[in-house]
Design a protein around this ligand. Structure first.
Ligand code: F6P
Ligand code: MG
Length: 314
């Protein structure tokens, strides 16, 4: 291909073209992201065709697994293997890190179907991915990711990626191609929407009670679906907002997972101009000590994250 070549077309750029022209990444990482996007198309289809029942098993966090959780996990695993670019991967549905080709360049962490308890009510659900260079992710931090992306399966299927050069949103079109919807998504400093997880804990947690009252008095709007992908996508899509899932008596170290959920979202939100904290330190700088690690999280508009953390730790 000639240097400086650009596709001359009136069509919106495909994910491949966008990764090529704006991703600022090499071919290997571009191909890995395309393999993940391909897996997401199969998950999109599985959601429409797989029966909704439980499997009778539980994942490493003790949560009941749906057939769809395992089907999605299988689809993603297969695509990661076929890419020949993955040294190891770890899924929220597994207890262990799975080692693949020892000389492959990347490790992938993923939550195959976030919000799967909402499948029966037909709410939006999603898949979350973080990509690291090299092998084991233990000892690394979310800021070490070289890319993070998520897909959201709602009335439409979207994919949002970040490779350290902005956050970009794609839609799955009728011929099965992810094409650009919006690029360089940004998050403003102040929040007009709030998304409060672990709300029951306000009964015995005065600081969180105060945070909630501050939001209510300021007239910010409640937007909480029970699926982190959908709730964070709301913030990225509207360009402002705050999502919190603080610790409480029920979840002393928070409920959400650093590796599979908070880490990839911290990376994406940070690159959109927002922030993510566990109340004391930035999620981006938090060391991964185990794959099961959970963390409190306050994420979204910078100033609101800062204020919420200050109120929670008073
Ligand atoms: O994966 C965990 C998850 O389903 C997130 O997607 C979501 O934000 C959270 O749990 C919801 O938790 P709760 O049911 O306590 O509101
Ligand atoms: Mg999840």
């Amino acid at each position: 291909m000639q240097a400086g070549y650009q596709c001359a077309s009136s069509l919106r750029p495909s994910l491949n073209e966008h990764l090529f022209s704006k991703g600022k990444i090499g071919d290997e990482l571009r191909h890995l992201i395309l393999h993940i996007a391909q897996a997401a198309k199969y998950v999109h289809s599985a959601i429409r065709t797989t029966e909704m029942g439980l499997t009778g098993t539980r994942n490493q966090f003790g949560e009941k697994q749906l057939k769809l959780d395992l089907v999605s996990d299988d689809i993603i695993q297969q695509h990661l293997c076929e890419s020949r670019l993955v040294r190891s991967f770890v899924s929220e549905e597994h207890k262990e890190i799975v080692e693949l080709a020892h000389d492959a360049p990347y490790s992938v962490v993923f939550d195959p179907l976030d919000g799967s308890s909402l499948v029966d009510v037909n709410f939006s659900i999603g898949s979350i991915f973080g990509i690291f260079r090299g092998g084991s992710i233990v000892g690394k931090k979310p800021e070490d990711q070289v890319a993070a992306l998520y897909t959201i399966y709602g009335p439409r299927t979207l994919l949002v990626y970040c490779t350290c050069n902005g956050v970009h949103e794609f839609i799955l079109n009728e011929v099965g191609e992810f094409i650009l919807l919006r690029e360089f998504l940004g998050i403003a400093d102040g929040a007009k929407n709030f998304s409060p997880g672990n709300l029951n804990s306000i009964l015995d947690d005065k600081p969180y009670h105060d945070v909630l009252h501050a939001w209510l008095h300021e007239g910010v709007k409640l937007r909480y679906s029970g699926c982190m992908v959908a709730d964070i996508h709301h913030i990225l899509s509207k360009g402002q907002g705050v999502f919190a899932y603080p610790a409480g008596s029920r979840y002393p170290d928070g409920k959400l997972r650093l590796v599979f959920e908070c880490g990839p979202f911290a990376y994406i939100v940070h690159h959109a101009g927002g922030a993510a904290s566990d109340g004391k330190i930035a999620i981006m700088g938090k060391e991964i000590t185990s794959i099961e690690q959970t963390t409190p999280v306050i994420i979204g508009s910078c100033k609101e994250v800062e204020r919420t953390c200050a109120l929670l730790t008073r």
